[in-house]
Design a protein around this ligand. Structure first.
Ligand code: MEV
Length: 323
């Protein structure tokens, strides 16, 4: 009986979220907290989908019946199956597909992109299609559009390729995050909706276009500077740029009370810089600092009910193991 496991990292955006949707650059890092998709061949003539995190199981004899059973929340999964049948002539049958994500959901850590990339790569691997990462990435982008409306594509790209990237208008270069740069990621305990955050800024742009464009442009400039400072290992300056980036995100109305509380605690306790990461309106905060400071910050935040962890940079991107 055939079996594959595909694993895709999550991500954290260091600079440039939201501005990246309008063509400005952003820098993102893949993190070693991941999503996985297992496909096992089964004897029964059916397709069984297990969404482990949602405690949901769906079963049917064919894709059409299966997708009718899905709520619209899982549209991207049925879309993915249809695309594979249509584009690659693959008949999805006699399989159990289990999807597990170790990422906080709707928290700015790329859970939807990471799940999409791991699912696509699992199908690629199981049906031996030999798709290149570029193709996996563009298929994942199509699924991301279903979930987020008009995403920039940075999330699917970083979850596919791993490492850290400087992304602009659908293209990217790898950037190196110096090893001594440690990032603490803290969850605000608030699930956010990326589409809602993107729409909020679009609305802001409609009602106050000049100022909103100015904020987005400033974020673009900060990201460009950060790219240079990363090559200089200038941790102090990177911290300052993170704080400045946060100021503009706050002007764009995607920050909130919990994000500010986490940032204030972090900066008071020795962090070089701290900002929201991802779409905002909740989700996570990313903080740059020395290990001992980050550990102290983490325990203060824990006492306040916030979970955090020091992120490891994933270097592999999506991978697949066959059994
Ligand atoms: C979400 O992780 C990042 C945003 O910039 C949206 C996007 O780039 O698609 C908010």
């Amino acid at each position: 009986m055939r079996s594959v496991i595909s694993i895709a990292p999550g991500k954290s955006i260091l600079f440039g979220e939201h501005a990246v949707v309008y063509g400005f650059p952003a820098i993102a890092m893949a993190i070693s907290v991941n999503s996985e998709c297992r496909i096992n061949e089964i004897e029964e003539n059916k397709i069984k989908i297990i969404l482990y995190n949602y405690d949901q199981v769906f079963e049917a004899n064919n894709i059409k019946t299966l997708s009718q059973k899905f709520s619209s929340k899982y549209n991207q999964i049925s879309e993915c199956f249809y695309n594979f049948q249509k584009d690659y002539g693959v008949q999805i049958e006699n399989v159990e597909i289990k999807i597990i994500s170790n990422l906080f959901p709707s928290a700015g850590l790329g859970s939807s992109a990471s799940i999409a990339v791991s699912l696509i790569n699992a199908l690629n691997c199981y049906y031996e299609l030999n798709l290149k990462k570029e193709e996996i990435n563009s298929l994942a982008y199509e699924l991301e559009k279903i979930v987020h409306g008009s995403p920039s594509g940075i999330d699917n790209t970083i979850c596919t390729f791993g490492n850290a990237i400087y992304f602009e208008n659908g293209k990217f270069d790898y950037v190196k995050i110096p090893q001594e740069f440690l990032f603490l990621i803290t969850y605000t305990n608030i699930e956010h909706n990326t589409k809602e955050a993107i729409n909020r800024i679009r609305h802001l742009k409609e009602i106050n276009s000049k100022q909103t464009e100015q904020f987005l442009k400033q974020i673009g400039k900060i990201t460009k500077k950060a790219k240079v400072e990363l090559t200089r290992n200038n941790i102090q300056e990177i911290g300052k740029l993170m704080n400045l980036n946060q100021k503009y995100l706050s002007n764009l109305q995607v920050s909130n009370e919990q994000i500010s509380e986490i940032i204030n605690i972090s900066l008071k306790n020795g962090a070089f810089g701290s900002k929201l990461t991802g779409a905002g309106l909740g989700g996570c905060v990313i903080t740059l600092g020395k290990r001992k400071d980050l550990e102290k910050i983490s325990s203060i935040l824990k006492a306040k009910g916030y979970k955090s962890f020091i992120a490891k940079n994933d270097k592999l991107g999506v991978i697949c193991e066959k059994k």
